[in-house]
Ligand binder design. Structure first.
Ligand SMILES: Cc1cc2nc3c(=O)[nH]c(=O)nc-3n(C[C@H](O)[C@H](O)[C@H](O)COP(=O)(O)OP(=O)(O)OC[C@H]3O[C@@H](n4cnc5c(N)ncnc54)[C@H](O)[C@@H]3O)c2cc1C
Length: 462
């Protein structure tokens, strides 16, 4: 019997998690499998890419994940990477926002809520009123901003939530759907009538706050290990241009005309990258995929002598509130966050620029991005020294934007795919934008495929 031919398009963490999980399921089932992962870039990992330069460990994209997604923890366990996990330092719980040109601590409990200048007294009182805030309006899909304003008041929605949304998704809280982007928030409200009550309920069940984790050599540790386990199944510099039917299966046109045949194809690339591949096959599907919007981000990593940084790096870093009108979305004090990010006596700062607030900056030259990052760093933190290390990463379509209507758009994509058996999509354009969501999405897709191929009833390989 010829083994089923599976092609995964994209070797980011979604595609690699999918392929590895399926490979492990096949091995355990003793079932033959022909597996290929096609990656456009000359390297694997997509956004998850870590490099050590001049002694600094620089992340091009994600720098950590929360320990609350069982699929991710199971994957790490299965790869034997548990001993390489590193936990964020306790001081990293301290986070700041830039408001009125000053760094103000984000309240994380009653004591900091009283003392912080991040909010006015009026806003603090309004925030405390949260358990009594009105419920959601019937039949309306609220934006994050509407939800936050209703629950915690306009000032906290603007200063804390909008800034956090820019930090997490580079997006605009006034456009993103709360139920699509932060379903946990709407579930907490639905189940407990209040976010504060929901948090107390979690704590009383012993569910404390999640831990922020990475690996000793950064997030690329995971993608690197996945790719190593997949070996020659992964082909880099293999951009898929288009996909067409071939009998009961599929033909993928790669690069200048090379073809790969498959029984099942899974596109783990961003929806906006999948659309051109499918335009000839199904223009309706392609246009639904194009309906998912993206925000771009530029990352400027700057390494300094600690003595060149006038301010104590005593926390995670800061987020910039919208009224500051900066190109910077936020700055992560990487060397304070995780151990081993900078040599002794050095500090590593990662400046995130652009997002939906300042899309123009993503299109400027690297020198322009470094200038913008340094100028704004000097205004906020007084850092004027020439950096010892500089890296720039530009991600024009960094993060999917689940604007109002996302769930309908997603449903229409999935409905349309039913016309094309053997063709599927997964990844962060659909069910969550974080690293955890990416891994979960890949693993659940592997599970679905395993069921189709072998009627496998087991949970994804752990
Ligand atoms: C700057 C930045 C910071 C982030 N920080 C965090 C964080 O701290 N924590 C967190 O949880 N999440 C973070 N994220 C989000 C996180 O990076 C993503 O959720 C995750 O990496 C997405 O992985 P993916 O495999 O779905 O997509 P990608 O990483 O985009 O991988 C898709 C792959 O498909 C390839 N591809 C595209 N087109 C084709 C084609 N035609 N043919 C073949 N291959 C193709 C691409 O080259 C790429 O390698 C961040 C993202 C960015 C950009």
């Amino acid at each position: 019997m010829t083994p089923p031919r599976i092609v995964v398009v994209g070797a980011g963490v979604t595609g690699l998690s999918l392929a590895y999980t399926l490979q492990e399921d096949a091995r355990r089932a003793g079932a033959p499998l022909s597996l290929t992962v096609l990656e456009a870039a000359p390297r694997i990992g997509g956004h998850a890419h870590s490099t050590r330069v001049d002694g600094f460990l620089v992340e091009a994209g994600p720098n950590g994940f929360l320990n609350r997604e069982p699929q991710v923890m199971a994957l790490i366990e299965s790869l034997g990477l548990g001993p390489r996990l590193v936990e964020a330092r306790p001081e990293a719980k301290r986070r700041f926002i830039l408001r009125g040109g000053k760094l103000c601590q984000v309240p994380d409990g009653p004591a900091t809520l009283i003392t912080t200048p991040a909010l006015s007294w009026r806003a603090k009182l309004r925030l405390m009123y949260e358990p009594f805030a009105p419920g959601p309006p019937a039949g309306v899909e609220e934006t994050i901003h509407e939800f936050a304003t209703r629950r915690i008041g306009a000032e906290a929605a603007e200063m804390l939530v909008d800034a956090a949304v820019s930090g997490i998704s580079a997006g605009d809280s006034r456009r993103l759907s709360v139920s699509a982007q932060f379903p946990m928030m709407t579930e907490m409200e639905r189940d407990h009538g209040s976010l504060v009550k929901a948090m107390f309920a979690r704590r009383s069940k012993g569910q404390g706050p999640s831990k922020l984790l990475s690996f000793d050599e950064g997030m690329g540790t995971l993608t690197g290990e996945l790719a190593a386990r997949l070996g020659e199944a992964v082909r880099v510099t293999a951009p898929v241009r288009s996909i067409e039917r071939a009998g009961s299966g599929w033909r993928l046109i790669v690069n200048g005309g090379d073809t790969v045949e498959a029984d099942h194809v899974v596109l783990t690339v961003a929806a906006r990258g999948a659309a051109p591949m499918l335009r000839d096959l199904d223009p309706v599907l392609a246009s639904s995929l194009e309906g998912v919007g993206y925000a771009g981000i530029a990352v400027v990593a700057l390494g300094y002598d600690v003595s060149d940084v006038p301010r104590a790096l005593d926390g995670y870093g800061y987020l910039v509130t919208r009224p500051e009108e900066m190109a910077t979305l936020g700055v992560v004090w990487e060397s304070s966050l995780f151990p081993g990010r900078a040599p002794e006596g050095k500090a590593l700062l990662r400046v995130m620029l652009g997002g939906s607030r300042r899309p123009d900056i993503v299109g400027t030259s690297d020198a322009g991005k470094v200038d913008a990052a340094r100028q704004e760093l000097s205004r906020v933190m007084g850092v004027t020294a020439v950096p010892r290390h500089v890296s720039v990463f530009t991600w024009p379509g960094a993060i999917a934007q689940y604007t109002v209507g996302h769930q309908e758009r997603r449903a229409s994509i999935m409905d349309r795919l039913r016309l094309h058996p053997g063709l599927a999509v997964c990844g962060t354009s659909y069910d969550g934008v974080s690293f955890n969501h990416a891994v979960k999405s890949g693993r659940l897709m592997a599970r679905q495929l395993a069921q189709q191929l072998w009627g496998d009833e087991r949970q994804p390989a752990a």
